[in-house]
Design a protein around this ligand. Structure first.
Ligand code: ADP
Length: 155
């Protein structure tokens, strides 16, 4: 059984993240979405809120689980029998960061490999920070995020 981890901040989850997930589940038997917990980083939503929004958004996928972790992703992957980490690539600027991340992960454990999906053209401008900026400016973002996020933002 091929298992992969899709790690990220998901602060909040967007339709861009969900598009990557919809393609990853066709390649892997099981995907675990792993929400980053980093006490040194400011997040808009708590780990619990982010997990809740994701769980509701992915409830129709039988082979997707959601979890959060405050350690190294590769360690989590190893512990849970996953062989690959999934990431998405939007612009060239993503590449530099992802390349660095892949190299650091390889240094920690070269048995865990990374798989990248290119952002779809119509989703490539979507980011969690853009969602928060647009929301704070009063723009309706319901076409860019799942309804679980809209519900939480309205609260
Ligand atoms: P991180 O802080 O770890 O980068 P993010 O939640 O911002 O977490 O992103 C998680 C992953 O999803 C990253 O690989 C990112 O490039 C990818 N991603 C985010 N938004 C999109 C999008 N609109 N299309 C494709 N991939 C995306």
């Amino acid at each position: 059984m091929k298992k992969a981890i899709y790690p990220g901040s998901f602060d909040p989850i967007t339709n861009g993240h969900l598009d990557i997930l919809s393609r990853a589940v066709k390649v892997f038997d099981e995907v675990i979405i792993l929400v980053a917990v980093n006490p040194n980083k400011h997040f808009n939503f708590s780990p619990k809120e982010r997990v809740e929004m994701i769980k509701e958004a992915v409830k129709d996928y039988p082979n997707v689980k959601v979890d959060y972790y405050d350690g190294l992703t590769v360690e989590y992957a190893k512990k849970h029998g996953a062989t690959h980490l999934i990431r998405g690539l939007r612009a060239v600027s993503d590449f530099e960061y992802e390349f660095q991340l892949a190299s650091a992960n390889e240094y920690v454990d070269s048995t865990i490999d990374m798989v990248f999906f290119m952002a779809r053209g119509d989703k490539s401008f979507i980011s969690s920070s853009a969602i928060m900026e647009l929301t704070n400016s009063g723009v309706d973002v319901s076409g860019l995020v799942p309804s679980s996020v809209i519900k939480r933002i309205k609260k």
